[in-house]
Design a protein around this ligand. Structure first.
Ligand code: PLP
Length: 441
């Protein structure tokens, strides 16, 4: 595949844009380096790069593009919004309509506030939780990503009861020390951390279904236990549903029928106090939102003392795109179709890997899945790390050469969109068969 123009543009980009990319996840550093592919246009399930090569897209922009690229209903909504002015700095009726739609789909939201990204949404939930509880500490889970803010870019200390260390230069130790990181799916570790820090903990924050070290389900009883333990210590529960909301069904993970519950309390026992949203709810434009219980959300200015604001927040184009996206997702059969496409692809990949003697664990949840080059299950971050990154890099490149675009990281998911067809998944499986044959040599 000729990518001369991409290579040239990368050289130029390196001179003007730090690292040549506007988000580190777009670089090919984790898959052996070199120029990332510069895309020129996208439509439906496909990308075309600047050299004219076509790719089947499973990156879906790291999640938001669940309807495929340039979906006509979303494009029309954005065009209409743009024609009426893109930013007012005043409230609009559409914001109410959209808040109502989110509340109907996610019952734990009494009140919401729109922001501009998932990072902002998470930051805001933390501020509100701290304001409401008067406490500072946050407990999070290893490998769960909650955006790039100082507040949560924190790695585990050396044990469940130790304080966090910054995961990035530029974050003061004092801030990181307000965060405690414990392993996902490990209630005993959470209990231990709460036994030490429970009285100071404002919130336990979790991706209720993990999307950031592959797709990982909570074990039966994990979310219920998390909610019970947090509440026993007077801490709030924050679900980061930036990836998961509207991904698996029309709603969020907190009411997803595929969730393994072992709880007499049913759904009530796993409801969070606050939820952070983003990605899909913007229909491909920048957005975030957060919401939750009325008395907690009423801490936020102008009602309460927790300040949070945004010039671009609730801008008409993002709101219109989000409404249009959710309207399209409400079409009957949408999620069943995403799931059946993903199942065919995930099962086909497992079978092809087996045929070639390649160890591969595939974690599929609804219309998304992750591929881990290992011979053990992946249920937490340690297990996700203990996989063969070089094998993934080789697979990634062999697929790219055949026109299949995956995220350039062994931790990222494959996302199906409503634009993918059975022909696309069949072509992808044929490419994977050739890739595995090459890898087995
Ligand atoms: N939370 C989760 C679970 C995410 O996966 C991400 C981004 O990947 C974020 C928060 C941050 O969202 P954004 O990139 O829109 O700031």
């Amino acid at each position: 595949m000729n990518r001369t123009r991409s290579n040239e543009l990368y050289e130029q980009a390196l001179q003007h844009i730090v690292g040549g990319v506007n988000s580190p996840s777009r670089s090919f550093k984790a898959v052996g380096g070199g120029a990332p592919v510069f895309m020129q246009k996208a439509n439906g399930a496909y990308f075309w790069d600047v050299d004219g090569n076509r790719y089947i897209d499973y990156l879906a922009a790291y999640g938001p593009i669940i309807l495929g690229h340039a979906h006509p209903h979303v494009t029309e909504a954005i065009t209409r919004a743009a024609a009426n002015g893109t930013l007012y700095g005043t409230p609009t009726e559409l914001e109410i309509d959209f808040a109502r739609m989110l509340k109907e789909a996610i019952p734990s939201l009494d009140k919401v506030r729109f922001v501009n990204s998932g990072t902002e949404a998470v930051m805001s939930t933390i501020r509100v939780a701290r304001a409401y509880t008067g406490r500072a500490k946050i407990i999070k889970f290893a490998g769960c990503y909650h955006g790039h803010s100082d507040l949560v870019l924190v790695a585990a200390g050396s044990g469940p009861s130790t304080l966090g260390i910054p995961d990035s230069a530029g974050i003061p130790l004092s801030l990181a020390s307000e965060v405690i990181t414990v392993p996902f799916n490990d209630l005993a570790a959470l209990e231990e951390a709460l036994a030490v820090w429970g009285g100071e903990t404002a919130a336990v924050m979790v991706e209720p279904i993990v999307g950031n070290f592959g797709m990982v389900m909570p074990k039966p009883g994990f979310l219920e236990g998390l909610c019970r333990l947090a509440r026993a210590h007077g801490a709030l529960v924050i679900y980061d549903e930036v990836i998961t909301a509207f991904r698996f069904h029309y709603g969020s993970a907190q009411t997803y029928a595929g969730l393994p519950l072992e709880t007499p309390g049913g759904w009530d026992a796993v409801q969070p106090d606050l939820t952070a949203l983003g990605k899909i709810i913007g229909g491909g434009l920048p957005i975030g939102a957060y919401g939750g219980r009325r008395e907690i959300m009423e801490q936020v200015a102008p009602l309460g003392p927790a300040y949070q604001a945004g010039t671009m927040a609730g801008n008409p184009a993002s709101i219109a795109a989000g409404i249009a996206c959710l309207q399209a997702l409400r079409e009957p059969g949408t999620y069943a179709r995403l799931e059946s496409l993903a199942a065919a692809l995930a099962d086909g990949l497992s079978a092809a890997a087996r045929r070639h003697g390649i160890a591969l664990t595939v974690n599929r949840i609804g219309g998304a899945f992750s591929t881990h080059f290992c011979d053990h299950p992946v249920t937490n971050y340690d297990e996700a790390q203990d996989t063969d990154g070089e094998r993934f890099a080789q697979f990634f490149r062999l697929m790219l050469e055949q026109g299949v675009c995956l995220a350039p990281s062994k931790y990222e998911a494959w996302f199906l969109t409503t634009a993918h067809t059975e022909d696309d998944t069949a072509a992808t499986l044929a490419a994977a068969e050739r890739a595995f044959a090459e890898m087995a040599k």
